[in-house]
Design a protein around this ligand. Structure first.
Ligand code: 5GP
Length: 210
């Protein structure tokens, strides 16, 4: 059996990465599997323990760090998030492509842990700053302070895009194209020339701020 891969997918709030990845949910799309992260944040309405996250206490999370049970971990919005190591290793042995939907700090740790050939990394970005802001405001549930914070955080995350092997632009109403592009990358195809493919972090920043 072929060895599988880790597929890191990151993107700021407003990048639309959850919608892009929902194309792989349900466990029916071979060879994709989702890593279920541990977190200390409270479950949101509709979230199921063990499916969306392993919801744990701060004490338990710190124990997981101590015991070396996590592949990576980070603090985001004052909560811990981390990827349990054992399931990821098992799924790779089984030849699966394990999706890690994680923020940039944790992603960098995984990049430093895994061999290049066992790893695929994708950064999903909104097309530009205006679109990002419109998406964050469009949700209508966030306070002004919250929106400002997320915009600032998105700028920082944009800097990290240079660490990723591939950058994909998620234009409005085109998340299906981004999902398909990820499948193409996993299959080893080149996306150069495609309008949703961005060649470099510099080009991404240019289009973001112009
Ligand atoms: P949320 O609380 O909205 O579900 O997730 C907040 C952020 O944490 C998102 O950017 C998400 O990708 C990231 N995240 C989720 N799980 C993990 C994890 O296991 N490790 C790291 N480093 N980030 C995670």
């Amino acid at each position: 059996m072929n060895r599988g891969k880790v597929l890191i997918v990151s993107g700021s709030a407003g990048s639309g990465k959850s919608t892009v990845l929902s194309g792989f949910k349900g466990g029916e799309v071979e060879p994709f599997r989702f890593s279920v992260s541990a977190t200390t944040r409270q479950p949101r309405a509709g979230e199921v323990d063990g499916r969306d996250y392993l919801f744990v206490t701060k004490e338990r999370f710190e124990e997981m760090i101590e015991n070396g049970e996590l592949l990576e971990h980070a603090v985001f919005n004052k909560n811990y998030y981390g990827t349990p190591k054992a399931p990821v290793e098992r799924l790779i042995e089984e030849g699966k492509v394990v999706i890690l939907e994680i923020e940039v700090d944790g992603a960098e740790q995984v990049m430093n842990t895994f061999d290049e050939r066992d790893l695929l990394s994708v950064f999903i970005s909104p097309p530009d700053y205006e679109t990002l802001e419109a998406r964050l405001r469009g949700r209508g549930t966030n306070t002004e302070e919250d929106i400002r914070e997320r915009l600032e955080r998105a700028k920082v995350e944009l800097e990290y895009s240079r660490l990723y092997q591939h950058i994909l632009i998620n234009f409005d109403n085109r998340s299906q194209d981004v999902t398909s592009a990820i499948v193409e990358l996993v299959n080893g195809h080149s996306l150069k020339g495609l309008d949703i493919y961005c060649d470099s972090s510099e080009k991404l920043k240019e289009r973001f701020y112009n």
